[in-house]
Write a protein that binds this ligand. Structure first.
Ligand code: IPM
Ligand code: MG
Length: 356
């Protein structure tokens, strides 16, 4: 029996509930496919601040680096919103991404036929559905640039800076071309090259690397236009590659047109570790502890882990197919317009397990 050590970062808000759902699904799929998982929880975010005064304890970093793979829920909440930037729960998320070298963030956004009516776009716009893979750079750009406060021309001033090195751009762009090659061979690189120097370097490097991937059709798109195109004609996109912040924003937009942000999983990868897997949504403090959250994004993140970290594609497919079946059978959580018949987090998890 194959054995995998999974680190669990439950985090805050709905994090613990949805991670527990994914753990139940992994255990169930493990029984079917003869895989054995051990799960070790580590503190992160607000929960870690409460327990030991810092959002990302050293033990957590060590534990994650020693795990075969890591599953994360979400961090943050109103309780910790007034802390200084370096002590905020979100800082831990950036910290663990950096510590594990997770420069690639894959965020697949596709429209499930069963959720067509949950999509806020007109039926004719999504008649052909859409299936987009957002490749977001995750350890550079303005998220990690120099920031601070200073005295400026008009008094108190805050600043954040964006910088990208050739190395950082080259490696993420290569991942995107490789990803496109395995899909529909269409890559859209999104930037703001009409204004930003970082974007002009980004674009130049995309064009250089394109010469090595003549089988992939590549085009550039300005980010403001991309925001518009995503709602105007989402089916034009196959693979998108973009910077950390643009990817953050566009992936939320893409999630909303799938019906709910509660649907989108993600895989954060480096060349060396087996990565970290997390839903793209946040900790939803307003519904925390109420057994209402949609566990699907986290369950699908576990499926991505099986595929990308462990190469267990049959087990990964089993989870994806189970989610399909449950949605096709009409089961919904509250975020998916479940209304009075909405399933709870635990009930939705039960349904997925029944359909494995
Ligand atoms: C995400 C989140 C995080 C990000 C926050 C919580 C720091 O929005 O994973 O998309 O901006 O990367
Ligand atoms: Mg985000």
């Amino acid at each position: 029996m194959k054995q995998y050590k999974i680190g669990l970062l439950r985090g805050d808000g709905i994090g613990p509930e949805i991670v527990d759902s994914a753990v139940r699904v992994l255990k169930a799929v493990g029984e079917k496919f003869d895989l054995s998982f051990t799960f070790t929880p580590y503190l992160i975010g607000g929960a870690a601040i409460d327990a030991c005064g810092q959002p990302l304890p050293e033990e957590t970093v060590k534990g994650c680096l020693a795990s075969d793979s890591v599953l994360l829920g979400a961090v943050g909440g109103p309780k910790w919103d007034t802390l200084p930037g370096h002590l905020r729960p979100e800082k831990a998320l950036l910290g663990i991404r950096a510590a594990m070298g997770l420069f690639t963030n894959l965020r697949p956004a596709k429209l499930y036929p069963a959720l067509k009516d949950d999509c806020p776009l007109r039926a004719d716009i999504v008649a052909n559905g859409f299936d987009i893979m957002i490749v977001r750079e995750l350890t550079g750009g303005i998220y990690f640039g120099e920031r601070g406060y200073r005295e400026g021309k008009y008094g108190e001033e805050a600043y954040d800076t964006e910088s990208y090195s050739r190395m950082e751009i080259e490696r993420i762009v290569r991942v995107a071309f490789e990803t496109a090659r395995k899909r529909r061979k269409k890559l859209t690189s999104i930037d703001k090259a009409n204004v930003l120097e970082t974007s002009r370097l980004w674009r130049k490097i995309v064009h250089e690397i394109a010469a090595e991937y003549t089988d992939v059709e590549v085009s550039d798109m300005l980010v403001d236009n991309a925001a518009m195109q995503l709602v105007k004609n989402p089916s034009q996109f196959d693979v998108i590659v973009t910077s950390n912040m643009f990817g953050d924003i566009l992936s939320d937009e893409a999630s909303q047109i799938t019906g709910s942000i509660g649907m989108l999983p993600s895989a954060s990868l480096s060349g060396e570790t087996r990565g970290l897997y997390e839903p793209i949504h946040g900790s939803a403090p307003d519904i925390a502890g109420q057994n209402k959250a949609n566990p699907i994004a986290t369950v699908l993140s576990a499926a991505m882990m099986l595929l990308y970290a462990f190469n267990e594609s049959a087990a990964a497919d089993a989870i994806v197919n189970a989610v399909d079946k449950v949605l096709n059978a009409g089961y919904r959580t509250a975020d998916l317009r479940g209304g009075e018949n909405a399933l709870s987090t635990v009930e939705m998890t039960d349904k997925i397990i029944e359909n494995l």
